[in-house]
Ligand binder design. Structure first.
Ligand code: PLP
Length: 426
């Protein structure tokens, strides 16, 4: 049902009153600005703290104090199997089978571990194809893996470029590039959502095209997990990984996630092993020969970082209660409202605020990236001084993400007023 938007506080309040997820906002700590919660539009960089996080952490500290090493088995949430408690929620969140996911390590570490298994350059099949302007950590990971295998990153790492005058990529151009590289292509590895433009890629089509030329397909879902309605199993990608501190609200540097498609489980793939990947029934027999778990847990190397996982557990539990389909429905409406408000402000102030994120809801999550022509970092600083926490990316993009779990329509309306005031004063 299309809604005709209005740029008034009453209209924003009415949308909030009709929002079935509105109560979740009270479950988060908001930084304050002049006695009021800030307009927090940076959940794509670091999600807000769930109020339940402190008790969850304290539980583990108390159990450690009380039990010492025996907390591995006696803690309320036994540390020995802590990651198991995160599996079902994670699988629901990303649209995977429980055996396809594991929570472990950090994002770039997981990317490296998965590249060990899914980037095996052979003969002329050596290239990795990625999007234009991937997150720098991913570029470093790809280039170093290519060099590790004796290849030349300058030749073997290829980026799909946008057409002249365009900021985002067309699926047809991505598929054409995959076909062009053909037998030279070992792996296609894209972000689920590009961190800079906010473009969500058609992961199913990219995977299909990669497989059709004999390449593997993997995705970095840092900006997609908790943002898009993912269906990893059905989309058929070989692997994926994500972090938990952006849309998943699990705290700075918190534990990350990984997905390996069912068809690869229990197979002899190259893998960097550690004791937490060993068959858990026999782990403490401490035998010399590695016997991998027949699940994504085979990729675990170390025992679980329980303090991070404690926060991640309560953060995932919120997603379970809200439901990713319901969050996505709110996200589409809230993001459309933000796009409307930005256009209103551009008109009222006669400013060129170019949103480079696709307008099609199927090609974006909740982030909009604004190219503020003629306005540099000073505009961003003015927003910050007035209580908006947004995000600045060189050379001149302001990223704003109204996260549906805790942002309101009123936040978006307030942002419009502050943006307008900041522009009037630039
Ligand atoms: C945020 C982000 C990272 C950060 O990597 P860490 O290993 O968590 O520090 C990597 N890749 C992408 C695409 C990101 O958005």
């Amino acid at each position: 049902m299309p809604v005709i938007f209005e740029n008034t506080p009453a209209f924003a309040k009415a949308l909030d009153a009709a929002d079935p997820l509105r109560a979740f906002r009270d479950e988060f700590h908001f930084p304050q600005h002049e006695g009021k919660p800030v307009v927090y539009l940076t959940g794509n960089s670091l999600g807000l703290q769930p109020k339940a996080a402190a008790d969850a952490l304290k539980q583990e500290l108390d159990d450690w104090a009380r039990f010492g090493v025996e907390g591995h088995f006696l803690a309320k949430h036994p540390w020995y199997s802590y990651h198991d408690e995160l599996t079902a929620s994670t699988a629901r969140l990303v649209g995977a089978l429980p055996e396809e996911v594991v929570v472990m390590n950090q994002l770039t570490s997981n990317l490296h571990f998965l590249l060990v298994s899914f980037y095996s350059p052979q003969g002329k099949r050596v290239k990795i194809l990625t999007e234009t302007r991937p997150f720098p950590s991913d570029t470093y990971a790809f280039a170093s893996q290519i060099a590790f295998h004796g290849g030349d990153p300058g030749k073997d790492l290829v980026e799909v470029q946008p057409r002249t005058g365009e900021h985002t990529l067309r699926t047809e151009d991505i598929v054409a590039k995959i076909n062009e590289l053909g037998e030279e292509l070992a792996l296609v590895c894209f972000g689920g959502v590009n961190f800079y433009t906010g473009q969500a890629f058609d992961m199913a089509s990219i995977t299909k095209a990669a497989h059709a030329v004999g390449a593997k397909a993997g995705f970095d879902l840092a900006h997609a997990a908790g943002n898009l309605h993912l269906k990893l199993h059905d989309w058929g990608m070989d692997f994926a990984c994500w972090c938990s501190y952006k849309y998943l609200n699990s705290g700075p540097g918190s534990v990350a996630g990984a997905f390996v498609h069912q068809r690869h489980l229990g197979k002899e793939l190259p893998l960097f092993a550690g004791w937490w990947g060993h068959d858990k029934a026999e782990r403490f027999k401490m035998e010399r020969t590695f016997k991998p778990m027949p699940t994504a847990e085979a990729w675990q190397v170390s025992n679980a970082p329980v303090f991070s996982m404690a926060v991640h557990r309560v953060a995932l539990e919120q997603f379970d209660r809200a439901g990713i389909a319901e969050l996505r429905a709110k996200s589409e409406q809230l993001t459309a409202y933000l796009a409307f408000i930005i256009a209103e402000v551009a008109k009222a102030t006669n400013t060129n605020l170019e949103v480079i994120t696709p307008n099609d809801p199927a090609q974006r999550g909740c982030q909009l990236s604004i190219l503020a022509h003629g306005h540099g970092k000073s505009l961003f600083n003015k927003l910050t001084e007035r209580g908006v926490i947004a995000d600045w990316r060189e050379p001149n993009v302001i990223r704003v993400a109204p996260v549906p779990l805790y942002c309101s329509f009123e936040d978006v309306h307030r942002f419009g007023g502050i943006l307008k005031a900041a522009l009037a004063n630039t």
